[in-house]
Design a protein around this ligand. Structure first.
Ligand SMILES: [Zn+2]
Length: 204
């Protein structure tokens, strides 16, 4: 039994009664939809995890986020630590320097905070190693209300599960030119995925 499993919850997509594309941007004249790109990122993460021997599953199809979380916990029942990784590429704030990534964690979970810091530290090196221009920084913040209500809605349900901690990763924003370029680029998503998996699979 592995000590840690990674459960990916890409955002948006199937929602009650509709399909939600999430944020929408444009790159090189083409439409870039958050829902599709976070699912592509999840696929790359799953591939990198398999290569690293890290248990990893994807849960992006249920219409309710609570059902995605429930499926993730069922998939890894018995694993000592389950990381619920919510994936988003939101719009961000155009013209206000959103050339950074954001990692949000549960304000009550020290293990979630540690996971968030590990992710933030791991991603830039993996991007640089693959020749992908790094973002200015990765910002790590607790998802406190009311500032981070929408993230808190996703993270707080994990409070009830002692061996799970939830992190919301927004590696890039669609409103920023470098962000949407990375989101649109499969090689950049593969580099992001390598950084995410390295945060968990690297030797202690
Ligand atoms: Zn989103």
């Amino acid at each position: 039994m592995p000590d840690l499993a990674l459960a990916l919850i890409p955002g948006h997509g199937n929602r009650p009664g509709r399909y939600d594309p999430g944020a929408v941007g444009t790159h090189a004249g083409l439409r870039v939809e958050e829902a599709g790109r976070v699912r592509m990122l999840a696929l790359y993460i799953a591939e990198a995890a398999r290569a690293a021997g890290l248990p990893c599953t994807r849960h992006g199809e249920e219409t309710q986020y609570r059902d995605r979380q429930a499926a993730a916990l069922t998939a890894h029942a018995g694993t000592p630590t389950i990381v619920l990784l919510h994936l988003h590429f939101n719009a961000g704030l155009a013209g206000r320097g959103s050339d950074y990534g954001l990692v949000l964690h549960d304000p009550r979970s020290s293990s979630g905070a540690a996971t968030a810091r590990k992710l933030a530290a791991s991603i830039p090196a993996a991007m640089a190693a693959r020749g992908i221009p790094a973002f200015r920084s990765q910002r790590v913040t607790a998802a406190v209300r009311p500032t981070w209500d929408r993230a808190a809605n996703l993270l707080e349900p994990a409070w009830a599960v002692p061996n799970a901690h939830a992190v919301l990763l927004e590696p890039a924003f669609l409103a920023h030119p470098a962000g949407v370029a990375a989101v649109a680029d499969d090689a950049a998503l593969a580099a992001l995925a390598a950084g995410i998996v390295a945060a968990f699979a690297a030797p202690a």
